[in-house]
Design a protein around this ligand. Structure first.
Ligand SMILES: *[C@@H]1O[C@H](CO)[C@@H](O)[C@H](O)[C@H]1NC(C)=O
Ligand SMILES: *[C@@H]1O[C@H](CO)[C@@H](O)[C@H](O)[C@H]1NC(C)=O
Ligand SMILES: *[C@@H]1O[C@H](CO)[C@@H](O)[C@H](O)[C@H]1NC(C)=O
Ligand SMILES: *[C@@H]1O[C@H](CO)[C@@H](O)[C@H](O)[C@H]1NC(C)=O
Length: 402
């Protein structure tokens, strides 16, 4: 009897220790897919205990786990954010409408169409991993000089001007927006912006990068005017990029605003009103880069400085290099970008030189950034536009919800 009691009490103690251990592990383990919870929420709870956040990458050479380069936080987490309490899990059961805006240049459009195909293919992939009530539109801004041949190809992928969203429920879609360059706009339209941004008055033609920002801002303004701004979140980016599978399941929460790579920050991702404010300040703080010459330059650093009490600026989550060996599995990597100089997998240059031809049947791992990029690019090349379109139709189809 006595013995039985001892044994059972030992067993009980062991069980208690195990439960305690599991509890401690539960607290310390980085929570899945919600990096911002970890940055702000948990650190509050644990009072500045530092623990590994974001993903871990297996380093093949040493077979030791090393932490993935954590995203760089550019501002204090002590920003005033009204939405601090809404978690990513809550968003996942809600309706969310996102737009990914790219500007498709009229010059060298054949060249850019190659990028567009893989970008479109990656959008389909991210749609495979997204949530029932989430929608993500690709919004392509073109101008009056856009070549008809490329436009026909885009229409083949069901990217149309008529596709503009008219309700939140419509399935994810690809939308063409015809936007006039600043120099091609009517005098009254120009005056509207000159009154707002007096520096516009001093240039005849805006620099390409500034015109891109201007057209995006003007587009958001028009959505506002016609009360058709259904977009909760917007990503502004270029086409030499890939949306990852994680992008399908993630939106920036708690006032976070994701920035791509300095100094040109060609990608940024946040709530629509944040995007609007950000571009407004970018246009407002345009600088004359040279006293004598009439050149304007974009001043990201003072814009970031001005907004740092309202936005939680985060780097290292979008514009991850497409030759990176980082994992995108349960990490906060939402978007990859190809840099022109790279020659290691995935290299845009080598892809164009056909160096990867015939490798599309390789067992690429979609959770490794560089392999994912390679697979998406190769598939976008070997698939016909019809097949790409059919795949998009299949994947974006959703059950009707109430
Ligand atoms: C559009 O509307 C939002 C919300 O009312 C506002 O924050 C934003 O500044 C507006 N954007 C433009 C470009 O007018
Ligand atoms: C102004 O222009 C000159 C000549 O083009 C250039 O050398 C100089 O770096 C420019 N200054 C700035 C501040 O951009
Ligand atoms: C100013 O703009 C002109 C024309 O766009 C360009 O050729 C020149 O290099 C620019 N100068 C500077 C200093 O950026
Ligand atoms: C699209 O869906 C149909 C019917 O579900 C299926 O037969 C077809 O193979 C799918 N096509 C692609 C490209 O996935």
């Amino acid at each position: 009897m006595f013995r039985f009691k001892t044994v059972s009490s030992i067993l009980f103690s062991v069980a208690a220790i195990l439960v305690f251990f599991v509890f401690i592990l539960h607290i310390l383990a980085p929570s899945y897919q919600s990096p911002n919870n970890i940055v702000t929420h948990s650190s509050k709870r644990l009072n500045r205990i530092h623990f590994p956040r974001l993903g871990w990458v297996k380093d093949k050479t040493t077979s030791v786990f090393i932490p993935a380069e954590s995203s760089r936080q550019m501002t204090e987490p002590l920003i005033n954010c009204r939405e601090n309490l809404v978690t990513i899990e809550q968003y996942r059961s809600r309706s969310v409408v996102r737009g990914v805006i790219v500007r498709f240049p009229s010059l060298k459009s054949d060249y850019y169409f190659v990028q567009f195909r893989w970008f479109y293919r990656s959008w389909i992939e991210s749609e495979m991993f997204t949530l029932d009530r989430w929608r993500t539109d690709i919004i392509i801004i073109i101008d009056d000089k856009f070549p008809n041949t490329i436009r026909k190809l885009l229409e083949h992928l069901d990217c149309h001007i008529e596709n503009q969203r008219v309700s939140r429920r419509q399935i994810s879609r690809c939308i063409l927006i015809n936007h006039k360059l600043f120099s091609q706009q009517s005098k009254t339209q120009q005056q509207f912006y000159i009154d707002k941004y007096s520096i516009f008055n001093r240039v005849n033609e805006l620099d390409d990068n500034i015109d891109r920002l201007f057209s995006i801002y003007d587009y958001i303004n028009q959505l506002n005017k016609t009360q058709t701004n259904f977009y909760d979140f917007l990503m502004i980016t270029t086409m030499n990029t890939f949306l990852t599978t994680q992008f399908g399941k993630y939106i920036p929460i708690k006032c976070s605003f994701l920035l791509g790579t300095a100094p040109d920050y060609s990608t940024f991702y946040g709530k629509s009103n944040q995007i609007s404010q950000f571009i407004h300040i970018l246009l407002y703080t345009l600088k004359e880069s040279n006293g004598t010459q009439r050149n304007l330059s974009i001043d990201f650093s003072s814009t970031i400085e001005k907004l740092k009490t309202k936005f939680l600026f985060l780097e290292g989550q979008v514009d991850i290099s497409c030759d990176s060996k980082k994992t995108t599995y349960r990490t906060s990597i939402y978007h990859l970008k190809c840099y022109a100089h790279s020659t290691s997998l995935f290299s845009e240059r080598m892809f164009r030189e056909k160096a990867y031809d015939g490798y599309e049947k390789e067992p690429f791992n979609i959770y490794i950034a560089r392999e994912y990029a390679t697979l998406m690019a190769l598939q976008s090349k070997v698939m016909s536009l019809d097949d790409l379109h059919i795949l998009a139709v299949n994947v974006t189809r959703r059950e009707v919800y109430t």
